[in-house]
Design a protein around this ligand. Structure first.
Ligand SMILES: CC(=O)N[C@H]1[C@@H](OP(=O)(O)OP(=O)(O)OC[C@H]2O[C@@H](n3ccc(=O)[nH]c3=O)[C@H](O)[C@@H]2O)O[C@H](CO)[C@@H](O)[C@@H]1O[C@H](C)C(=O)N[C@@H](C)C(=O)N[C@H](CCC(=O)O)C(=O)O
Ligand SMILES: Nc1ncnc2c1ncn2[C@@H]1O[C@H](COP(=O)(O)OP(=O)(O)OP(=O)(O)O)[C@@H](O)[C@H]1O
Length: 475
């Protein structure tokens, strides 16, 4: 596309044209610039992209989009805009020819259950419509081809590329996770969402959003931009979403929802329930899984699939790695890897475990989280009579002792039991040894993250499944 043609289609404050290079790609990362790319200088939270304009030009950028005052160089085109993140999405949509408009796009937001819900929808869309793309915390899956994603919600120029790559493979159904960071940072601006799902809201990311109201408002950006809104009516914030969007489709266990789970029966490793008269069986005993599945059922049913077909497919869906995943062992103990990493997720998994056996939880808490978050997780353990083995999980800029003191304070407050073991393998080995046959030992928080951030943001390779298997061998 030419510079002249591009500027005709966007809002800007000022332009300076000094070359006629063809414009193909756009990025906000100077390290990713290739010849003729547009570099968009974004004033971020850690860095200011305006500082990297020279670097982008060295790497071949011929057009710079900016919002703060800068120095100009000969031969480079400049576009001054009011909001460069917004301009990034606008220009990307134009350069990539609005791929999301050619697809059925589902967005999933909420504090807990985004990956699980999105992956269930991806599975169902593949089974029912032939193929699908899934973009989120566990990576990007174009059909079955996986690649890493830098963020749960990647930047728009990355998303648009994924959409076009999908279309080239005749895939026109896509589901993506909409994180609150991604939503407020306009990473999804201009995406044509057919369905926007809200799973639930509880305390997380208040280091970034400051208040629950602000956090909720961030999540509502997805629904505002979705043609069909699907909300969890059993969640207090889901109720608020329904009040805000009265035409939203609802799901839940309580009466009044459009997709209501009734006659719930928990078996040894599965759960049966009915939705609007149709029998469903899912391969999990986690109570919250019913909500994730209801969201997926409501979405697919509104796409046109019938409930019976959805039920048949869900019955054979094995689930996701590291989401209530049993680890095989010959100790007759229920050893589970799960990605719970918020107070509500801890409560939800503890509430799901049978009450006639003892539960042990091996976990630490990410260095980014605040005192209150750690206290609430400590409370959740004590309240549910769970023996906590407090270990390491991404201490980052904090340290193990401090994080552990804060979790322990939450446990002490309600008189619970715990042990402190810094090394994750030793902690797992201890918990498995202490448990009796039939007990549950939950390895929480790391899941599929194949790294540990011991200091700062530096990643050291780490594998939760391998560590659990070593702990089992240590018995
Ligand atoms: C706090 C936060 O959300 N940060 C995100 C934000 O970064 P930022 O605006 O702070 O960027 P920055 O590092 O200050 O840099 C400013 C600009 O300079 C540019 N730059 C920087 C360095 C350089 O060498 N060259 C260069 O051009 C950067 O590309 C950026 O455009 O915008 C970047 C591009 O969109 C994101 O990659 C980055 O995510 C960081 C890695 C991150 O950790 N984000 C987390 C908090 C996040 O977004 N998490 C959610 C999931 C949350 C959940 O559900 O649990 C997610 O969607 O992943
Ligand atoms: N609907 C739910 N309600 C409460 N907890 C849930 C729900 N679904 C999943 N969880 C818990 O949260 C954990 C993470 O699930 P999932 O990866 O689907 O969430 P997420 O929202 O994608 O998380 P993130 O984006 O922060 O990585 C699960 O392992 C489980 O412990």
């Amino acid at each position: 596309m030419t510079f002249d043609s591009l500027v005709k289609q966007i809002d800007y404050i000022d332009i300076k044209k000094q070359n006629d290079e063809e414009i193909k790609n756009i990025t906000n990362n100077s390290n990713l610039v290739e010849d003729s790319d547009i570099f968009v200088a974004v004033a971020g939270t850690l860095n200011d992209g305006h500082k990297y304009i020279d670097h982008a030009i060295e790497n071949g950028a011929k057009t710079i989009v900016y919002q703060n005052d800068i120095d100009f160089k000969d031969g480079i085109n400049y576009i001054k805009v009011a909001d460069s993140r917004y301009a990034l999405s606008d220009i990307s949509n134009i350069l990539e020819d609005f791929p999301s408009k050619k697809m059925t796009v589902v967005g999933v937001t909420g504090t807990n259950g985004k990956t699980t819900t999105a992956t269930t929808i991806y599975y169902l869309m593949k089974e029912i419509y032939g193929n699908a793309t899934n973009i989120g915390t566990d990576g990007t899956f174009i059909g079955d081809e996986r690649s890493d994603t830098s963020n749960t919600t990647p930047d728009i120029y990355i998303l648009n590329k994924i959409f076009n790559q999908s279309l080239e493979k005749n895939i026109d159904h896509v589901v993506l996770e909409a994180s609150s960071h991604g939503l407020v940072q306009n990473r999804l601006n201009g995406i044509d969402f057919d369905y926007g799902i809200f799973t639930n809201l509880s305390t997380e990311h208040l280091d970034y959003h400051k208040t629950m109201d602000e956090y909720f408002a961030a999540k509502m950006i997805l629904l505002t931009h979705s043609k069909n809104k699907i909300v969890n009516l059993d969640d207090p914030y889901g109720k608020k979403a329904k009040e805000k969007f009265p035409d939203a489709i609802s799901f839940g266990k309580e009466s009044g929802s459009d997709y209501r789970a009734t006659d719930i029966v928990k078996n040894e490793k599965t759960t049966d329930f009915k939705v609007n008269g149709i029998d469903f069986t899912i391969n999990s005993i986690a109570d919250y899984e019913i909500y994730n599945k209801l969201a997926a059922i409501a979405t697919l049913n509104n796409m046109g699939a019938n409930l019976k077909e959805i039920a048949e497919k869900l019955k054979v869906f094995k689930g996701l790695p590291s989401r209530f995943q049993y680890v095989e062992n010959d100790l007759d103990k229920n050893i589970i890897i799960d990605f719970a990493h918020t107070p509500r997720a801890f409560e939800a998994i503890f509430e799901s475990i049978p009450k006639d056996v003892k539960t042990y939880a091996v976990f630490g808490i990410n260095g980014d989280r605040n005192t209150e978050f750690r206290r609430l997780i400590g409370n959740a353990c004590a309240k549910n009579d769970v023996f906590a083995v407090i270990t390491t999980d991404d201490p980052k800029f904090d340290n193990y002792e401090h994080i552990t003191d804060e979790i322990a304070a939450g446990i002490d407050e309600l008189g619970g039991d715990y042990e402190r073991i810094e090394d994750r393998l030793e902690a797992m080995t201890y918990a498995i040894k202490k448990a009796n046959p039939g007990d549950y030992i939950l390895m929480l928080g790391k899941g599929e993250e194949h790294f540990m951030k011991y200091q700062g943001n530096e990643k050291t390779p780490y594998n939760e499944m391998e560590t659990v298997q070593k702990a089992i061998k240590n018995q």
